[in-house]
Design a protein around this ligand. Structure first.
Ligand code: SF4
Length: 357
């Protein structure tokens, strides 16, 4: 369903605010009044925000709407499974100072802000995002930059959060220019939901802030093809015209994109919006997210479907962040076993060994 065909029984003015409370979400018809108490209970535990752009994409007549499922709180979030953990990918194990995660030798995560335009119900940093003290102070940011400066092996800085494109353009500009001035930093990569959730932020001030000599990349988090409707696609075009390469980051989510057809549509929509699919993440073990969890076998089936039917441009890597801070691992599927290699139609072929085998 496109934005223009989503039923709307409410005045436009009531739909223009970011929805943050049970009352606001119920008032625009995205949940029935009898669910308000549940939503209030979830909102007391985890951050909630649904921007007008995403609220407009939700079909309120569909109880299984894949956009609503990602952003409208669900009482199941209050039930944690034994395997779930507050720090599912082990950021804290690799945090030498506040705002830095240094897991791999040649790159660091920098988290200047833990606010987001929207709050995803499956967020792997849900215990950290959206709090009152969610922005690095000037001295904390200076210490983080000093850490990057004094570690010459850091080739890439991944600015994430929260959502770093929520920073005011002037602060973003200062940060990007400070990194641009560090000779060994050759790549600045942002991870962001802003092009999807709040595309109007991608304006000239933000684009100017990102205009430096060091290569700037943006990984756009996008989980369903409907997220790439008009305003989001236009924001991606603006980024692309500014010379910023776009990567796609997707989380495999039950009831959102755990079908081959939806994933195929999503990958095609991303590439058509100038976004190269980069990672398909198996869902992290964040608290209260079990209702989004699929099996790895399901993810591998979806990857096989993509390999068999969709352009190579549309192929992400299917990865799992190993709990405990051990980093990412590609999790298949595997196409080579011994001397047998499998083609896109599932047929096996023998490949001759080399002299080194
Ligand atoms: S935008 Fe990213 S950090 Fe923010 S809630 Fe969604 S997944 Fe979490």
């Amino acid at each position: 369903m496109t934005r223009s065909t989503v039923p709307s029984a409410f005045p436009e003015a009531r739909r223009r605010r970011t929805l943050r409370t049970a009352g606001e979400i119920a008032a625009v018809g995205l949940v029935p009044p009898e669910r308000m108490a549940d939503i209030e209970a979830v909102a007391a535990r985890y951050a909630v925000a649904i921007t007008p752009t995403l609220a407009d994409l939700i079909d309120p007549t569909n109880p299984a709407d894949p956009i609503a499922r990602q952003f409208v709180p669900d009482v199941r979030e209050l039930t944690s499974m034994p395997a779930e953990r507050a720090d599912p990918i082990g950021d804290d194990v690799h945090a030498p100072i506040k705002g830095i995660v240094h897991r791999y030798p040649d790159r660091v995560l920098l988290t200047p802000i833990l606010h987001c335009p929207i709050y995803c119900r499956f967020c792997f940093r849900r215990e950290k995002v959206g709090g009152a003290a969610a922005v690095l102070s000037e001295s904390e940011l200076a210490a983080a930059l000093d850490y990057i400066h004094t570690h010459a092996q850091i080739w890439e800085v991944v600015i994430t959060g929260g959502d770093p494109l929520m920073l005011p353009p002037s602060r973003l500009s200062d940060l990007v220019r400070a990194l641009d001035a560090i000779p060994h930093v050759r790549v600045i990569r942002f991870h962001s939901r802003v092009p999807i959730g709040d595309p109007d932020r991608i304006g000239s001030a933000l684009l100017d802030a990102l205009d430096v000599e060091t290569a700037v990349w943006i990984a756009v988090h996008c989980n369903h093809p409907r997220e790439l409707s008009g305003p989001a696609a236009a924001a991606c075009r603006r980024l692309s015209r500014a010379g910023i390469p776009l990567l796609g980051q997707t989380v495999l989510l039950k009831g959102v994109n755990d079908s081959p057809a939806v994933m195929e549509d999503l990958m095609r929509a991303m590439v058509a919006s100038r976004i190269k699919p980069y990672y398909l993440h198996h869902l992290d073990l964040a608290p209260g997210t079990d209702h989004f969890r699929t099996s790895i076998a399901r993810g591998q089936d979806i990857m096989r479907h993509l390999r068999g039917r969709v352009s190579g441009l549309c192929q992400p890597s299917y990865v799992l962040d190993i709990p405990g801070g051990h980093g990412k691992a590609p999790i298949g599927p595997v196409y080579l076993e011994g001397d047998l290699v499998e083609d896109w139609q599932g047929r096996k072929h023998r490949y001759p060994p080399s002299a080194d085998d």
